[in-house]
Design a binder for this molecule. Structure first.
Ligand SMILES: N[C@@H](CCC(=O)N[C@@H](CS)C(=O)NCC(=O)O)C(=O)O
Length: 225
C-alpha cells in the first residue's frame, strides 16, 4: 500500500488545503506536525528550496507547494475530482488560484497589521479583490460549481482565517452587505463536514493571532519610548 505522509502545521491554511484534498479523495495519510520555529531535518531535507510546509511525501517522493500538491493528489488518486475535466475550465481554475495566492494574502495581511492611512488603503485594496471574487461567484454555490474544487480549497483562508483575524484586529472585511455571494459561499464551505475536519481550532487560532497583535503593539511601544 502506498505510504502518504504530510508535513504540516496546525494553523497553516496551506497545509489545511492539502488535508482537505486528501480527505476529499479518501486517501489515508500520516500527519507530521512541524515546529516552524525549529524546523526538522525532515522538512529541510524534503523542501530544501523554500523550507516551508506543506510537504507531501508519497512513497518517500517529496512534493512541495500546496497548489502543486493539490494537482498531484488529483492526478494520482481516482474518485472525487478536484480539478475540472475540461482544459479551459482547468486553466480558469488555475487563474483564480493564482489570483488568490498572489494578491489576496498580501492584501488581507496588510489590512490586518497596518494602522491609520496604510490600513485604510489596504482595506480598500482587499475590498476590491473581494469584489472580484464576489462577481466570480454569481449564480454558483462553489467556485467549482456544485462541488468543492481547486479554487474553493485554495480560498479556505477567506472562509475561515479572515473571520478570526477580523475578530483579533477588530476590523470588518468580509461584510455581508457588500459581499453576499462570498459570505454565502463561506457559509456553505464551512458547513461541509469534510471541511470542518480540516480547520484549526478557532480558539487556538484566535490566541495565536492575538499573541502576534500583542507582540506588534509591544514592539511599537518600545520604538516610541
Ligand atoms: N506557497 C506556499 C506557502 C507555504 C507557506 O507559506 N508555509 C508557511 C506556513 S503557513 C511556512 O512554512 N513558513 C515557514 C517559513 O517561512 O519559514 C504553499 O502554497 O505551500
Amino acid at each position: 500500500m502506498a505510504e502518504v505522509k504530510l508535513l504540516g502545521s496546525w494553523g497553516s491554511p496551506f497545509s489545511r488545503r492539502v488535508e482537505l484534498a486528501l480527505k476529499l479523495k479518501g486517501v489515508s495519510y500520516e500527519y507530521i506536525e512541524e515546529d516552524l520555529a525549529n524546523k526538522s531535518p525532515l522538512l529541510l531535507k524534503y523542501n530544501p528550496v523554500h523550507k516551508k510546509i506543506p510537504v507531501l511525501l508519497h512513497n518517500e517522493n517529496p512534493i512541495a507547494e500546496s497548489i502543486v500538491i493539490l494537482e498531484y493528489i488529483d492526478e494520482t488518486w481516482e474518485g472525487y475530482s478536484i480539478m475540472p475535466k475540461d482544459p479551459y475550465q482547468r486553466a480558469i481554475a488555475r487563474f483564480w488560484v493564482k489570483f488568490i495566492d498572489e494578491k489576496f494574502f498580501a492584501a488581507i495581511w496588510k489590512a490586518c497589521w497596518n494602522e491609520g492611512k496604510e490600513q485604510e488603503q489596504a482595506m480598500e485594496e482587499a475590498w476590491e479583490l473581494m469584489n472580484t471574487l464576489e462577481n466570480e461567484l454569481k449564480g454558483k454555490k462553489f467556485f467549482g460549481g456544485y462541488n468543492i474544487g481547486l479554487v474553493d480549497i485554495a480560498a479556505n483562508f477567506i472562509a475561515f482565517w479572515v473571520g478570526v483575524l477580523e475578530d483579533v484586529v477588530e476590523i470588518k472585511l468580509l461584510d455581508e452587505d457588500k459581499f453576499p455571494n462570498l459570505c454565502k459561499w463561506s457559509e456553505e464551505f464551512l458547513s461541509c463536514e469534510v471541511v470542518k475536519e480540516c480547520l484549526p481550532p478557532r480558539d487556538k487560532l484566535f490566541a495565536f493571532f492575538q499573541a502576534r497583535k500583542e507582540a506588534i503593539t509591544a514592539s511599537k511601544s518600545m520604538v516610541y519610548k
